[in-house]
Design a protein around this ligand. Structure first.
Ligand code: BES
Ligand code: MN
Ligand code: ZN
Length: 508
């Protein structure tokens, strides 16, 4: 992955392929952002005018390239739009910096080294710029000839090296911010890789093996329940969903523990490595991107590893509920009744409502350890995408204060999210004449119905929240900000932030 460092070097003498500067938008035209003083000076203080001549306005997402002034070792200046000039003294919003850094890093695909001279007032800004650059430089080329992406990237490799100017390389806070940016971004990019890996290569078994290897590397305890162990334990939900696949299901438990921990968080991820719908088969047009249905498990995996790498003083257990949802002679049928790990029975009315079945078992398993809180992450319903669009995830839960805390954590790290209700009247739509509950209810409010189903499998008295990331997990459109096409790594940064806040005692 792209390397990230801090430097005190002055822009002119820096050996790099490009100097990245910021340009902001004002009523009077583009404004050169702080950090680019040396570049502006070399342009005789006329850089804003030069940029305007080149068509720059300072809008978010905008990229303007110009030759570096004489005397500069780097040949290129890349001006990236930051959006509106901030109101006096408040500085630039960290998310605006993160996005601009991501846009610049992607625009510099094929370059070796870039120096970022963006406005930066504290360590948090440096962290945001670093994170944006590392996330924006991401590309998934594993399946392209020569490991490159000839079409999308013109055969060029991602930006190899980023150095941030204007920070304090010896300052503890800056060092920590960069370390954090590297750990979180590397793990988030790994989650993206897992999501993008085609389902003929990533199945429950290979996913579990990857989790095992990473856990070993980072001192995380790992336990994998295979089909035999799941049968012995009575995990009817996970087994029922995986029954139609030639690749059997797994439940992976990752335990990161800190000797200084006062709290214990459990993260539960939906890990359907491919969702065909099962016997309730999805029609063409709805199944092409369903390799993304393990995005929740990928996010949980990444967050646990990041927590370990950062040495957070909180215990975090990750549960990956892995199965492939396929139709076959051995598949679960609509009408079948499953006996879940909790002992409850579920009438499967629609085999395409499989996520809630694997999560139910994992939520109950997580509950047995009586953690202080459980957060599950899942590409659970198309209804949530209809409600919130494809960049915002929905948050539900059994504790309003916890749901609000998660929402605030999400906004803080730059992940759009919104609280959703769990109206009690929707519960009776899941009443089953045969079993304790059916896996489907009313069509209207389908995302909320799914949340109500999950609630039934959370242990008594345990604080719980549910993130439905069906919209933002996979970007079918073009790249924007630091978000690439394909797997996005949605929810990773929210989970890491929650773990940090919990470790710091800032939550409950
Ligand atoms: N994995 C899908 C949800 C999904 C839809 C994720 C679009 C990402 C993008 C889930 O398993 C599913 O099929 N849900 C059904 C539930 C229904 C049958 C009750 C849905 O949302 O249609
Ligand atoms: Mn489904
Ligand atoms: Zn699914």
């Amino acid at each position: 992955m792209t390397a990230l460092t801090l430097s005190t070097a002055a822009a002119p003498g820096l050996r790099a392929d490009a100097i990245v500067i910021g340009v902001a938008k004002s009523a009077k035209g583009p404004v050169v952002a702080p950090g680019a003083e040396a570049v502006d000076k070399a342009y005789d203080g006329k850089l804003a005018g030069v940029l305007e001549t080149l068509g720059a306005a300072g809008a978010e997402g905008e990229v303007t390239k110009l030759p570096a002034p004489s005397g500069f070792k780097a040949p290129l200046v890349l001006a990236v739009g930051l959006g509106p000039v901030p109101e006096k003294d408040t500085g630039y919003d960290t998310e605006a910096l993160r996005k601009a850094a991501g846009v610049a890093a992607r625009a510099l695909t094929g370059s070796k080294k870039a120096a970022f001279a963006l406005p930066l007032t504290d360590a948090a800004d440096a962290g945001a710029i670093g994170e944006g650059a590392l996330l924006g430089a991401y590309s998934f080329d594993a399946y392209k000839e020569n490991g490159k992406d000839p079409k999308a990237k013109n055969g060029k490799a991602p930006l190899a090296e980023v150095t941030l100017l204007g920070g304090k390389p010896r300052d503890k806070a800056y060092k920590a911010a960069i370390e954090r940016a590297v750990a979180v971004s590397e793990e988030l990019n790994r989650a993206r890789d897992l999501v993008n890996t085609p389902p003929n290569d990533l199945n429950p078994e290979s996913f579990a093996a990857i989790a095992q290897a990473a856990a070993k590397e980072h001192g995380i305890k790992v336990q994998v329940l295979d089909v035999k162990a799941l049968e012995k334990g009575g995990y009817g939900g996970i087994l029922g969903v995986g029954a139609g696949s030639a690749a059997g299901p797994r439940l992976v438990k990752l335990s990161y523990t800190s000797s200084k921990a006062k709290k214990h968080l459990a993260f539960v991820g939906k890990g359907i490595t491919y969702d065909s719908g099962g016997i309730s088969l999805k029609p063409a047009g709805h199944n092409e991107t369903m390799k993304c249905d393990m995005s929740g498990a990928a996010a949980v995996f990444a967050a646990v590893v990041a927590a370990a790498r950062l040495g957070l003083e909180v215990n975090v257990t990750g549960w990956l509920a892995l199965a492939e949802n396929m139709p076959s002679g051995s598949a679960t049928r609509p009408g079948d009744v499953l006996r879940m790990y909790s002992g409850k029975t579920v009438e499967v009315l629609n085999t395409d409502a499989e996520g809630r079945l694997v999560l139910a078992d994992a939520l109950w398993a997580a509950s047995q350890e009586k953690p202080d809180a459980i957060v599950d992450v899942a590409t659970l319903t198309g209804a949530m995408v209809l409600a919130l669009g494809n960049r915002t995830f929905g948050i539900m839960g059994n504790d309003d204060a916890f749901r609000t805390a998660l929402h605030e954590a999400a906004e803080e790290v730059g992940e759009p999210a919104w609280p959703m209700p769990m109206p009690e009247h929707l519960r009776k739509g899941m009443d089953s004449p045969t079993a304790d509950i059916a896996n489907m209810g009313e069509r209207m409010g389908g995302g909320l119905v799914a949340g109500l189903f999950l609630r039934e499998f959370v242990g008594e008295g345990i604080t719980w929240a549910h993130l439905d990331i069906a919209g933002p997990a996979f970007n079918e459109g073009g790249p924007f900000g630091y978000t690439p096409k394909g797997g996005t790594g949605s929810a990773v940064r929210t989970l890491v932030r929650l773990a940090e806040l919990t470790a710091a005692g800032d939550l409950g």
